[in-house]
Design a protein around this ligand. Structure first.
Ligand code: AMP
Ligand code: ZN
Length: 112
């Protein structure tokens, strides 16, 4: 399967890893939109939030268990924003479920 995030998990494409466990991989976004911009992804290929179901939701649970640790390691005591784009109207560009963690500054109050 030609998925760049699956290749990152396998080490076939380089990444700046910030966290990894059995279910979760997290790395720095290559095009940061904030002083801290981390992507958190499941180690199983799930294309987007629309494809989360009872067979794979453990990955989402594990991602949200990891996020507080990732945020603490990144120094995000002041807070952060989590975003997951799903589908063309959200401009999802990589079709492997991912959660953007954005922070390191006061973020704008509005998203759209
Ligand atoms: P989205 O638009 O929500 O699908 O977000 C995809 C994100 O992946 C973008 O913020 C990209 O900058 C990021 N990205 C794409 N390729 C890489 C890569 N090789 N390493 C790190 N981040 C990447
Ligand atoms: Zn994938």
């Amino acid at each position: 399967m030609d998925c760049i995030f699956c290749k990152i998990i396998k080490g076939e494409i380089p990444s700046t890893k910030v966290y990894e466990d059995e279910h979760v991989y997290a790395f720095k976004d290559i095009n940061p939109m904030a002083p801290v911009h981390i992507l958190v992804i499941p180690k199983e290929h799930i294309c987007c939030a629309n494809k989360v179901d009872e067979t794979n939701s453990i990955y989402v649970a594990k991602i949200f268990e990891a996020i507080p640790k990732i945020a603490a390691d990144a120094g995000l005591e002041g807070g952060y924003r989590i975003i997951s784009n799903c589908g063309p109207d959200a401009d999802q560009t990589v079709l492997h479920l991912h959660f953007h963690i954005l922070g390191g500054k006061k973020l704008s109050a509005r998203l759209v």
